[in-house]
Design a binder for this molecule. Structure first.
Ligand SMILES: Cc1ncc(COP(=O)(O)O)c(C=O)c1O
Length: 335
């Protein structure tokens, strides 16, 4: 494996985990099997009606060489919220965490050295059985596979440039607050539009009033205002990010900065923000260099990574890799 060539692509690994439900929709004991293809019915609920969703996690090598996960229980719980919204049987939290730990151990040869990336973990929950009319499937699959991925930034952290398009990601009381696969299908077109015009990502506004900042592609949004206040959207149509929650805690408790979770009008971002960043398992903490809204480009911190943004990033990554103390017990040893 050439660790220097890793990006964010599918790299086959050794083992995957699969569990299925029985006729009463009870989860059967899962099994580890060689990484490979899955067979699916042409009338399967996931393929026809998008009854599915996923999680995204990373296993890292900590500075003490141990293999660690970050808040895996939170991913398991978020998948239960998805299950509830999509009428799928929830996969038990303990079974989820134990399966992921064993999966990481099985695939440990694919964990890159600390400075070369992480082992990305993708748990999936899907309506597997056939169904013709629009209805929940009668059989479900929970599976998880891994793929080594490189660091999000090669050659140092680079601020990203965002475009606000005319598209929305999720409607109020829709499915934006769960990790349903269809949300991501809907984001492909606006993302292509942004990329074709030279931007890195899309900044979504809310669907009801088309003026409140919501999310940055598959990451949450934060702004630091001139007053020093840290703000992040609160909305029923954004994904409750685990990195988002961790950054709120660090900003409040470690740095003792004031944080507000509230509606943030895009005009407030453009006129008051001195730093902006996005957070996520893949993005970690990514500085935002500019936002282009209605044809005008607005830069933050002169297009450079903001100081407070980088301090938050350093603290989070330091905890995730055990360089710093973990007073919140967020980091879980796999071995
Ligand atoms: C739409 C969306 N928002 C936010 C996030 C960030 O969530 P987390 O920090 O749990 O990775 C993700 C990634 O999972 C996402 O897909």
């Amino acid at each position: 494996m050439d660790w220097n060539k890793l990006g964010f692509q599918v790299v086959p690994t050794k083992t995957m985990y699969i569990a299925r439900t029985d006729d009463e929709l009870n989860w059967q004991p899962g099994e580890f099997r060689p990484y490979g293809m899955l067979e699916i019915h042409p009338a399967s609920g996931v393929v026809n009606y998008g009854q599915s969703g996923f999680e995204g996690m990373k296993a890292n090598r900590a500075v003490d060489k141990k293999i660690v996960l970050f808040r895996p229980q939170d991913n398991a719980k978020r998948m239960q919220q998805l299950a509830e919204r999509f009428l799928m049987p929830p996969y038990p939290v303990d079974d989820f965490v134990n399966a992921i730990k064993k999966l990481v151990i099985e695939n440990r040869k694919f964990i890159p050295p600390a400075d070369k990336g992480s082992l990305y973990i993708r748990p999936v929950l899907a309506g597997w059985g056939p169904v013709l009319g629009v209805a929940p499937a009668k059989e479900y699959m929970f599976y998880a596979f891994t793929s080594p991925v490189g660091p999000y930034f090669k050659g140092g952290v680079r601020p990203i440039n965002l475009l606000i398009t005319d598209f929305h990601r999720a409607a109020p009381r829709g499915t934006g607050n769960v990790k349903g696969a269809g949300n991501y299908a809907a984001s492909l077109y606006p993302l292509r539009m942004a990329k074709e015009n030279g931007y890195d990502e899309v900044l979504y506004l809310d669907a009801r009033e088309d003026r409140f900042a919501e999310e940055v592609g598959a990451a949450n949004f934060f702004a630091i205002l001139k007053s020093g206040l840290v703000v992040t959207p609160i909305s029923e149509s954004i994904l409750p990010g685990i990195t988002r929650r961790s950054i709120i805690t660090l900003a409040k408790e470690h740095f003792e900065w004031e944080v507000e979770e509230r509606d943030i009008d895009i005009n407030e971002v453009l006129s008051e923000a001195v730093e902006c960043f996005s957070t996520g398992t893949a993005a970690v903490v990514t500085p935002i260099g500019s936002v282009t809204y209605r044809g005008t480009r607005h830069e933050f911190s002169d297009g450079k990574p903001g100081e407070k943004t980088m301090a938050l990033r350093d603290r989070l990554v330091g905890i995730q890799t055990k360089q710093y103390d973990d007073p919140y017990s967020w980091v879980v040893n796999v071995t």
